[in-house]
Ligand binder design. Structure first.
Ligand SMILES: Cc1cc2nc3c(=O)[nH]c(=O)nc-3n(C[C@H](O)[C@H](O)[C@H](O)COP(=O)(O)OP(=O)(O)OC[C@H]3O[C@@H](n4cnc5c(N)ncnc54)[C@H](O)[C@@H]3O)c2cc1C
Length: 554
């Protein structure tokens, strides 16, 4: 019997990429997939990141006859505001049977043994360790193996997570999706011809050219209100008939194949790694179809898991730390997409009660369109609609500048979005405003910010020398990490207790054995405060009145 280093259960993008990474490192890998390719799979719209990662595995998307997309086109609100968003990079709409078969070929070429038509039925545990895996072939033959490691890439079937009771549903994203394919549907005009079209509302619709010999268009709806779908075909066609834009695009088109539906509920596993097992792709967590994070998360988690599992087999003493790092990285991406998706569906709901500022209202068209524009901005920016108005200063400035130089005003909502998004992702706490630069007078005190500290890290092998690295890093409470220079380590050590600013400056100078430039030291502390590493407050001077005491006098 072959001694397998790793059995990968599931041959979608996550499993295939993981098998490639492991095989390239000389591991003996058996990949088992329940179905024979080519097999149908939804999930055709790839993000630019997913495309970049896939080309690194030798999958040439450009030569496969897939549809090039330059962005997304969103139609939002009752008045049908039509905006195309080009994020500045290109990507592809793919046919998943074709893509997944190519990836399995790449796994074979890398040296993995790929067995299709082999459904893993049972995983035997010895305590928390996987002791054996058994599967059944399409001919009903049973087989088993005792690999050193098991990677679960079984998608939303979530073989291990279900067996171990690890799956958690995300109640905010309890969606259902219903879709079908159409021949003869019209494409969007011009540069947007390969774009995914999203039509906002409840449900939200997607209209996606998947190409192929029949130049098919995938048209689907997703929403929380679609449950339970007892007669999906009737519900789908009736809802489709109520969307004038889609009716127009599909005029004369013919439905190909059945109406399909699924509970596209977001879910994640509470534990992603054990002593000799790892969950990847949808088996680790599934977020949402519309923002197209699925294949991206699958490929990136499969790749990272491949490197980590290999390193864990080589250095069992580092496996625990590597697993924690994998868990952290997966969840960080998952959380970002979960947050964006929650916001996207909320933006389909009524506009915020909070009134936008007057100068913003003056800058965009009148009436209901203002609310629609705000909701559209919310969708592309990733910020809740209620949080948007105070942050639109950039647009107002650009508009003011255009006016001064006699240029055409910028189109509201087409360029600002990702700037807000990246600002939002840098924030130490998602719900707080960014910390302002503290006013560091002699009356100020400084301490370590809540949730900040020093973490011991085990970093996965990099692609240069394949070495596992152990290091210490400073972190804020959002989990952002910062290089722990000797100066930063000395500062955080001194701040194990709250200190007055002048005392801190003196102690720090003694600790680093140098007299820092007072201005540079102040600016450094302000920078650390803005990144959520230290917190400063001003203590009331003698003679100052406590606000509460002042209040009591009246
Ligand atoms: C309606 C809908 C639309 C979507 N649209 C998009 C999109 O446009 N873009 C995007 O990026 N993502 C989209 N997704 C998500 C995307 O489909 C998935 O995130 C992606 O396929 C995950 O890849 P994976 O390798 O983890 O799992 P999968 O692709 O699901 O692969 C899992 C594999 O495991 C096999 N398997 C299952 N159980 C067993 C077993 N017991 N033994 C052996 N093999 C097994 C299956 O046969 C399958 O091949 C969409 C999802 C839905 C529900």
């Amino acid at each position: 019997m072959t001694e397998w280093d790793v059995v990968v259960a599931g041959g979608g993008p996550a499993g295939a990429v993981c098998a490639i990474e492991l095989s390239r490192r000389g591991r003996r890998v058996l990949l088992l997939d329940a179905e024979h390719p080519p097999r149908y799979r939804v999930g055709e719209s790839l993000s630019p990141s997913a495309c970049a990662a896939l080309s690194g595995y030798g999958v040439d998307l450009a030569s496969a006859g897939f549809v090039a997309k330059t962005g997304a086109t969103l139609v939002w609100g009752e008045h049908g505001t039509f905006s195309t968003y080009y994020p500045g990079s290109s990507a592809w709409q793919v046919r998943r049977d074709e893509l997944d078969a190519r990836l399995l070929d790449r796994a074979r070429a890398a040296g993995a043994r790929v067995q299709t038509g082999a459904r893993v039925e049972r995983v035997r545990f010895d305590g928390d360790r996987v002791g054996g895996v058994s599967w059944v072939t399409a001919d009903d033959d049973a087989a088993e193996a005792a690999p050193r490691w098991l990677v679960d890439a079984t998608g939303r079937d979530g073989l291990l997570a279900r067996e171990r009771g690890l799956l958690h549903d995300e109640p905010d994203l309890d969606q259902r999706a219903v879709w079908a394919y159409w021949r003869g549907g019209r494409r969007l005009p011009g540069r947007a011809t390969g774009n995914t079209l999203l039509v906002g509302g409840d449900p939200v619709w997607w209209y996606l050219p998947v190409g192929g010999d029949e130049d098919l268009i995938g048209v689907g709806m997703i929403g929380a209100g679609l449950a339970p779908v007892t007669d999906p075909a009737t519900a789908y066609l009736a809802a489709l008939a109520r969307v004038p834009l889609l009716r127009e695009l599909l005029a004369g088109a013919e439905q190909v194949g059945p109406v399909r539906w699924t509970a596209a509920r977001a879910q994640t596993a509470g534990q992603l790694c054990g002593p000799n097992w790892t969950l990847v792709g949808d088996a680790a967590g599934f977020v949402d179809p519309l923002l197209t994070p699925g294949v991206q998360l699958a490929v990136e988690s499969g790749a990272l898991a491949g490197r980590i599992v290999h390193a864990g087999l080589e250095r069992p003493e580092a496996a625990g730390g590597l697993g924690r790092e994998y868990d952290r990285r997966f969840r960080r991406q998952f959380e970002t997409f979960r947050w964006l998706a929650t916001n996207l569906y909320a933006a389909a709901a009524p506009p915020p009660a909070e009134p936008p500022p007057a100068e913003l209202l003056a800058a965009i068209p009148d009436g209901d369109e203002q609310a629609e524009r705000l909701r559209f901005m919310s969708v592309i920016s990733g910020l809740p609609a209620g949080g948007l108005p105070p942050l639109l200063g950039g647009y107002l400035q650009a508009r003011g500048a255009a006016g001064r130089y006699g240029a055409a005003p910028p189109v509201f909502g087409e360029t600002e979005g990702f700037a807000f998004l990246s600002w939002a992702l840098r924030r130490p706490g998602r719900d707080d405003p960014p910390p302002a630069s503290p006013d560091l007078t002699d009356a100020a005190t400084v301490r370590v910010a809540a949730g900040a500290g020093i973490t011991e890290l085990t970093l996965p092998p990099d692609t240069v020398d394949g070495a596992v690295r152990q290091l210490r890093a400073a972190h804020n409470r959002a989990g952002d990490r910062f290089l722990l220079t000797p100066e930063l380590a000395a500062l955080l050590d001194l701040l194990s207790e709250e200190r007055s600013y002048p005392d801190l400056a003196r102690q720090f100078a003694a600790r680093v054995d140098a007299e820092p430039d007072p201005d540079a030291f102040r600016r450094w502390l302000q920078l650390l405060a803005r990144h959520g590493l230290v917190a400063c407050r001003t203590v009331a001077q003698q003679g100052d009145r406590e606000p509460a005491a002042a209040g009591r006098q009246h």
